[in-house]
Write a protein that binds this ligand. Structure first.
Ligand code: XIL
Length: 356
């Protein structure tokens, strides 16, 4: 390629309307732009050969939906169980998929015995021991780890917009810092992430959430905490508008803190849409395209993961039910494992993204 040609390839995205070449998978379309496409999966999905095949075909990275959560890995205190997560890790390894760890520390999905202990002075040691053990168990197998998940909640009215959770009772983010240090010691090669939600809709609330997240990352960086990336959860809501410039600015502000960004947990709630399926699927796809075409402009965004691949397995059917009005359709493949307009929207947005 002439030097002018390579400059053009680096600086100019393809024309806005370009459809990706036919026959390519999301993995290949993303890869051409230097982006990783991946998906969440849970063990029950792998019991279906067709779903496993789709995942292997479409994804370059996977992350477990529940299998690494503390409530699964240590139901009984002192009895650690990584079997389910190991099965997923082995699936990744044998199919040459990258693995994203999710998540070492979350205030939900905890085993029953944990919360009372977090109130004690030994709570911090317990957290650090847990993070150390799980990260060490998967050492060398995980590319990115969501070390901590969902730690801000400005509505709780605590300093810095932090979530009201016993480890934060002293008003200090020390428990987050300690978790990252523990993870870095246990697997020095893994990229360590903080993952959170609620930055897209509801201007007032998302503004305070953005401020809290940026302050937290800045504080951690200042303290020399080994944090490398931000997981931006993409639980989209078709039919609700968002501030595109606000989104651009937030992603740029995160990137300016020397952070890489992974767009995590993408799914599109159709709870506010009419029942008609073609109408619904189109609105879901259009909304995702609108969001992704803005978010993927930010060069610090290196990965995009959907929270599942088929409508047959989506947490939104329990969380976001369409009140007797048919199952949710938030993912790229339908229940019968056919591609939906959302697949095309993701493909188009990836294809149009600037080169990394
Ligand atoms: C959800 C899983 O999909 C469910 O199966 C589980 O019961 C609860 O957690 N934000 C996160 C994810 O970071 O871990 C959550 O996953 C969805 C919201």
């Amino acid at each position: 390629m002439s030097s002018l040609g390579s400059i053009a390839a680096t600086y100019f995205p393809p024309p806005a309307s370009a459809a990706p070449a036919a026959g390519l998978s999301l993995r290949e379309i993303a890869q051409k732009r230097g982006i990783t496409y991946g998906t969440e999966l849970t063990l029950p999905m792998l019991r279906f050969d067709k779903i496993s095949e789709i995942i292997i075909h479409e994804a370059a990275m996977i992350t477990p939906g529940v299998e690494m959560k503390w409530g699964v890995t240590e139901k009984t205190q002192g009895v650690r169980y990584y079997g389910a997560a190991d099965t997923i890790s082995n699936f990744a390894q044998s199919n040459k998929l990258m693995l994203r760890g999710h998540t070492a520390l979350w205030y939900r999905n905890l085993p029953k015995w944990v919360p009372p202990l977090l109130e004690n002075s030994s709570g911090m040691a317990l957290l650090v021991d847990h993070v150390t053990d799980i990260v060490r168990h998967f050492k060398g197998k995980i590319v990115e780890w969501d070390v901590v998940n969902e730690v801000i909640e400005p509505n709780d009215n605590l300093p810095g917009g932090m979530r009201n959770w016993p480890p934060f009772a002293g008003g200090d983010v020390g428990y987050i810092a300690e978790s990252f240090h523990a993870a870095a010691n246990a697997d020095p090669a893994a990229l360590l992430f903080y993952n959170d939600y609620g930055f897209i809709y509801d201007p007032e609330r998302s503004t305070s959430r953005k401020t809290a997240a940026l302050n937290l990352i800045e504080q951690l960086k200042k303290r020399g905490v080994p944090i490398h990336g931000f997981g931006f959860q993409c639980h989209l809501r078709a039919g609700v508008s968002f501030d595109a410039n606000g989104l651009r600015r937030f992603l740029a502000d995160i990137a300016a803190l020397d952070m890489r960004i992974s767009l995590t947990e993408l799914d599109v709630s159709d709870a506010r849409l009419p029942r008609d399926i073609p109408v619904r699927d189109k609105a879901v796809a259009d909304h995702a395209y609108e969001f992704l075409s803005v978010a993927l402009e930010e060069p610090a965004v290196k990965r995009l993961l959907t929270w599942g691949i088929t409508d047959r397995f989506t947490w939104l059917n329990t969380k976001d039910v369409r009140k007797g009005d048919g199952a949710s359709r938030p993912l790229p493949y339908d229940e019968d494992l056919n591609r939906k307009p959302l697949w095309d929207a993701i493909a188009r947005a990836l294809n149009n993204a600037p080169q990394r």
